[in-house]
Design a protein around this ligand. Structure first.
Ligand code: G16
Length: 544
């Protein structure tokens, strides 16, 4: 029987879980007791581990291996009955969500800072998922934070490290550690949702794809499903080997960070379809030949066409999108006669709607799309749904977009990010803006008239919980909109996000460049929030 050590500790500042768990510089996570404190606080916050089952995995980033050994020894000391862990600590976030659900586990721990870079100088993260497979709700993350403030000991067994490269059962004290193939169960789930034969035929017909795994966790998943099973030629999956520093890249699937893929998709000999996924496999970017599909438009197209895939052939119960996501999906929902919900940013807010069967598809402007098959967004799922739709419609991506806009009109959309700005000044900017909301309606700015302005507050239709202050919204006459919000996933300073949107349905104006179509709204945003005054910046760092 291994020796259980009770180690005295003291609280460490700054263990506040953000939009998606706790994200910090790797060095902060590696300081003595930091990970141990957060882990013990999490175990306490969820009511202890005695007799429970947990899932553990991560995105392959630096320190995942060592963190996993600490967590599993602490789980054993805290009375966990079984830990199901992905081989080599690999599990994409959606695959972890699936395993929690399939194995009826009580929850799971995912070691990832998502799309943030990895390595000793970069970022590390840890998030807790609940028994439904979804991210911890706000009440749980609040309890974790409280526990980190009063923690005075943690428990850990003294034992040699387990070999997590070996599939099968190992024993650690009273706990069973079961090392599983990270891909197998997820692969089976995808087969139940999509017409693999139709996609196989599409790929066999010469339809070419390039999918960028960005040296992160989805490489083995994409290789197994797209290349080995569906028959895409070897090499269709780029950067398929997970590396602890993601090849020094930034595994964020957007036109700025997935530059290599953008180059391929906008070249003369571009493949028919392109896509990228992020560090932990929950985000996606969709491309056609010389065509970039915004995440908001992708959600709308998927809602309009999901019935082409066997898993959704009965139609959708409803659709949900985060508030800053464009309202393109709402237009499709209206036509389909299904409910459309608007939630705060963060996948956790979709959980209740999905569990209650009120929605089938969800999406966010931050490159996340998913459905009720798991309780996380799912990058490879989105790619497979697109491929299934393309296999049925037999049209290029660009034509699908054109036909979509012709039918529903186009919500021109862009997000401007000001990264690493002074956190105190950014907060001042948001509170100045919130303080001025009452005076804004009726104001004319850049030729636009402000109709309404508020700070978004969400009342969950299922449990009636209220989440206030989720982003400042400025609505203009004619339907244009600006949203201002501070990111909850950064690790340095603050990131200001400005979300810009305008609806257009004149056929001759549907093909404009979004930055041109949105120009007056972009100027209005700068003036209304006084971005330059508060951030010292005269242009955003990233426009997506
Ligand atoms: C996380 C959440 C997403 C959310 C995003 C927002 O994404 O899981 O639901 O949309 O954060 O990020 P921010 O607060 O920076 O705007 P991920 O992929 O980082 O887990």
């Amino acid at each position: 029987m291994e020796n259980i050590m009770v180690v005295p500790t003291t609280p460490i500042e700054g263990q506040q879980p953000g939009t998606s768990g706790l994200r910090k510089k790797t060095a902060e996570f590696m300081q003595p007791h930091f990970l141990n404190n957060f882990t013990q606080a999490t175990f306490k916050a969820v009511g202890g581990l005695t007799g429970k089952i947990l899932v553990l995995g991560g995105d392959g980033r630096y320190f995942n291996d060592k963190a996993a050994q600490i967590i599993l020894k602490m789980a054993a000391a805290n009375g966990l009955s079984r830990l199901i862990v992905g081989q080599d600590v690999l599990l994409s976030t959606p695959a972890a969500s699936n395993l929690i659900r399939q194995r009826k586990a009580d929850g799971g721990i995912i070691l990832s800072a998502s799309h943030n870079p990895g390595g000793p100088e970069e970022d590390f993260g840890m998030k807790y998922n609940m028994a439904n497979g979804g991210p911890a709700t706000e009440s749980v993350t609040d309890r974790i934070l409280e526990e980190t403030r009063t923690i005075n000991f943690y428990q850990i067994v003294e034992a040699p490290d387990l070999d997590l490269s070996k599939l099968g059962i190992q024993q650690l004290g009273q706990m069973i550690a079961e090392v599983v193939d990270p891909v197998r169960d997820y692969h089976s789930l995808m087969e139940t949702l999509f017409d693999f034969d139709a996609i196989r035929d599409l790929l066999a017909s010469g339809f070419s794809i390039t999918v960028d795994a960005m040296h992160a966790v989805t490489g083995p998943y994409a290789k197994a499903i797209l290349e080995k099973d569906l028959g895409a030629p070897t090499g269709s999956v780029l950067n398929a080997v997970p590396l602890s520093d993601f090849g020094k890249g930034h595994p964020d699937p957007n036109p700025v960070w997935a530059k290599e893929l953008m180059g391929i998709m906008f070249a003369d000999d571009a493949p028919d379809f392109g896509a990228a996924m992020d560090g932990d496999g929950d985000r996606n970017m969709i491309l056609g030949r010389s065509t970039y599909v915004t995440p908001s438009d992708s959600l709308a197209v998927l809602v309009a066409n999901a019935h082409f895939a066997p898993g959704y052939k009965g139609g959708l119960a409803g659709v949900a999108r985060s508030m800053p996501t464009s309202r393109a999906a709402d237009r499709v929902a209206e036509k389909l006669g299904i409910d459309a919900f608007e939630t705060p940013t963060g996948w956790k807010f979709f959980g209740n709607l999905l569990d209650a069967g009120k929605v089938t598809l969800c999406g966010e402007e931050s490159a996340g799309t998913g459905s009720d098959h798991v309780r996380e967004k799912d990058g490879l799922w989105a790619i497979l749904l697109w491929l299934n739709i393309l296999a049925v419609r037999k049209q290029p991506v660009a034509q699908i977009m054109e036909e979509h806009w012709a039918e529903y009109g186009r919500n021109f959309y862009s997000r401007h990010d000001y990264e690493g700005v002074d956190a105190a000044r950014a907060k001042e900017m948001i509170s100045a803006l919130s303080g001025s909301l009452d005076s804004l309606p009726g104001t004319k700015i850049e030729g636009l008239v402000i109709q309404a302005a508020d700070d978004f507050s969400y009342s969950d239709p299922v449990d009636q919980s209220v989440s206030p202050n989720q982003g400042v919204r400025i609505m203009f006459e004619g339907g244009a909109r600006i949203v201002f919000r501070l990111s909850g996933t950064g690790t340095v300073g603050a990131t200001l996000r400005v979300y810009l949107e305008r609806y257009e349905d004149s056929p001759e104006l549907l093909q404009q460049d979004p930055q041109v179509a949105l120009a007056p709204i972009i100027r209005a945003a700068e003036k209304i929030a006084q971005i330059q005054k508060y951030t010292g910046r005269d242009a955003p760092d990233v426009k997506t």
